[in-house]
Design a protein around this ligand. Structure first.
Ligand SMILES: Cc1cc2nc3c(=O)[nH]c(=O)nc-3n(C[C@H](O)[C@H](O)[C@H](O)COP(=O)(O)OP(=O)(O)OC[C@H]3O[C@@H](n4cnc5c(N)ncnc54)[C@H](O)[C@@H]3O)c2cc1C
Length: 578
């Protein structure tokens, strides 16, 4: 089938839906490989940061400062300013659209603490996270989906996008596989927004949903668009042991503490001011350190999260879902027992490079790619730099999703449809048909678990030249093996084996860019910690990585782009002491 819309949005998470709502005059299609409200945004527990100052004094500039510092100064500072300033309006927009936030006694949006968010430029923790119990993302998704339906947005559910269409240097649509029928469809558009989320499934222990396979990043990368700062991948300190499912930082925001195998609250030793509420990269490294020095529980590779002192009532009121996770996945009762946890792959700070209007930019000179936009976790604007603060992703979705929508609204009135390239669906058809006819006997499941194990072992909280070289070798071998994947299911209808194999191809691309970026970056910054280069190096590395896919297999070209600083002494890179 052939469809034509003013705007095609790929992804119905927070970023995609927020953008869709800004386009009341346009014809808008949202394509999603899932049912819309199953997007990973729905799993976000803790909250959304905005300096509303409802509980205590707060300012957007403090929020901006925390974001820049938390990101270990790899943040583009003008973008962080927009994030912090516009967060306030964007949260009120959610409220006005009907989001049921928790309330203060006098009826305003309630706010709680979260890691790295401070008052008065680092003095002490501040209450900045707006929340709806520990189901904030779920509420965002439900509220926005209802609004999108009201606004007559056209949804194409369970459509897997496989390619971005480009003609004469302009984006002009996408090609998608309809999962139900196995048919390939072409969507012609004036503007395309990718809001496809992250790629946490590249690791074995991850907080991410099964659908977080890096689709959008890979599709762009295959079309010559670079991926920025992919080595900056965040490991959240508190994943359920072995399972990876997240126990939100909201728990520590409410007062939970980390406990080692010797019964010590060890964060006090490392971070006397912020303690358990230090930024995630730091807390994850402290956990790894405790384990390395033999203070894991029973000599194993985990420590404990302790909420017992909060009391049954507060736990039930403020942390209902995550305590249920501990009961269901581990059979542990958090009211009486501490919960086994370990760092879990959580969030991509890197992604498709964009400017502050969510326009994709393709080189170090910030050249925009007309008609192509990206927002949310798939994008790198870059407000998170080398390490994202908790609750700053949901803000990113609503602030830059909104900016994408508004910019596209203007763009489509000023531009015409670019004609489709000849044989627009050729590339996507070949991807699918190659898998259908392959007799190579290789299994996608085997490749996926080999990839995940290698990423957990070699591209984790700590890396080194030798671990990364090993990972690169392994990934290249897996990429070669991927070409021989053979499917058992040769049918067209609901061929989920086909979908998973296609997604695995995306995941391998993301892993490739991550490892190349990490190998080249010979410093430690934020989430990227090199045992062989343990210091941050602002002289050589205050810059963003751009990874381009080469024309030959395994070929990746790296380039670099300066970080944008503002002219204010407060925001100049300093050592990140808390
Ligand atoms: C467990 C968990 C808890 C979190 N808690 C918080 C929190 O409290 N606060 C916070 O700020 N952040 C939190 N985060 C991070 C945040 O939730 C995510 O970064 C964010 O929701 C991503 O939103 P998104 O709109 O970019 O993409 P997603 O919500 O991941 O949605 C992606 C969309 O793209 C679609 N899609 C993907 N590929 C394709 C394709 N090929 N074809 C068609 N459609 C496609 C999917 O169907 C989906 O609709 C959490 C993350 C996790 C995993």
């Amino acid at each position: 089938m052939y469809y034509k819309f003013d705007v095609v949005i790929v992804g119905s998470g927070g970023a995609g839906l927020m953008a869709a709502m800004q386009l009341p005059q346009a014809s808008v299609a949202v394509l999603t490989k899932l049912y819309p409200t199953r997007s990973h945004t729905g799993a976000a527990q803790g909250g959304v940061a905005a300096a509303l100052g409802n509980r205590e004094e707060d300012h957007w500039k403090w929020h901006m400062y925390d974001t820049v510092k938390g990101g270990d100064y790899l943040v583009d500072q003008p973008a962080a300013e927009i994030l912090a300033r516009e967060a306030i309006d964007a949260v009120y927009e959610l409220e006005h659209r009907g989001l049921p936030f928790n309330r203060t006694e006098d009826g305003r949006i309630d706010q709680r603490r979260f890691g790295g968010h401070t008052r008065n430029f680092g003095e002490a923790p501040v209450r900045r996270s707006c929340y709806a119990a520990d189901r904030t993302g779920h509420m965002i998704l439900q509220t926005m989906y209802q609004n999108a339906i009201k606004n007559q947005v056209r949804f194409f559910n369970e459509y897997l996008v496989l390619d971005l269409l480009i003609n004469d240097g302009q984006a002009c649509g996408v090609v998608a596989l309809e999962i139900r029928t196995g048919e390939i469809h072409t969507f012609h558009a004036k503007a395309v927004l990718f809001a496809t989320g992250g790629y946490g499934r590249a690791w074995r222990v991850t907080s991410n949903a099964f659908a977080c396979m890096g689709d959008g990043m890979s599709i762009a990368y295959r079309r010559g668009i670079p991926l920025e700062d992919m080595e900056m991948y965040q490991f959240h300190p508190t994943g359920i042991y072995k399972v990876g499912v997240l126990l939100s930082e909201a728990a520590r925001g409410e007062g939970a503490k980390l406990l080692n195998g010797k019964g010590q609250y060890f964060m006090e030793r490392y971070m006397p001011t912020l303690k358990d509420l230090a930024p995630r990269d730091i807390v994850s490294r402290c956990i790894v350190q405790e384990i390395k020095e033999g203070r894991g529980v029973d000599g194993e590779d985990y420590v404990l999260l302790d909420v017992r002192h909060l009391g049954a009532q507060k736990i039930a009121e403020k942390l209902p879902d995550i305590t249920d996770f501990a009961r269901n996945y581990l059979g542990v009762e958090p009211i009486t027992e501490p919960v086994p946890i370990q760092p879990t792959a959580h969030y991509a700070m890197g992604g498709i490079p964009t400017d502050i209007d969510a326009r994709v930019v393709i080189d170090k000179h910030w050249t925009p790619f007309p008609g192509f936009y990206a927002a949310g976790e798939v994008a790198c604007v870059s407000v998170h730099g080398a390490n994202r603060l908790g609750t700053n992703s949901l803000v990113d979705l609503i602030v830059f999703g909104r900016r994408a929508g508004k910019h596209m609204a203007k763009f489509i009135t000023e531009t015409n449809y670019a004609p489709l390239p000849s044989e627009p669906d050729g590339f996507a058809r070949e991807l699918v048909e190659h898998l259908s006819r392959s007799t190579g006997r290789e299994s996608a499941a085997r490749i996926r678990s080999a990839l995940q194990n290698e990423m957990d072992d070699k591209v984790f909280v700590e890396r080194s030249e030798s671990s990364l070289r090993h990972a690169l070798d392994t990934i290249e071998g897996l990429q070669d093996a991927y070409k021989k994947v053979e499917l058992q299911d040769k049918g067209k209808l609901f061929n989920t084996e086909m979908v998973e194999a296609l997604e695995l191809g995306f995941l391998l691309d993301c892993a490739e860019a991550t490892i190349h970026g990490a190998l080249a970056r010979t410093e430690s910054r934020g989430a990227h910690y090199r045992l062989d280069y343990p210091r941050r190096d602002d002289v050589n590395w205050l810059k963003h990585t751009l990874a381009y896919k080469g024309t030959k297999a395994h070929d990746v070209r790296l380039d670099y782009k300066d970080v944008i600083l503002i002219n204010d002494p407060l925001f100049q890179p300093k050592e990140r002491k808390y």
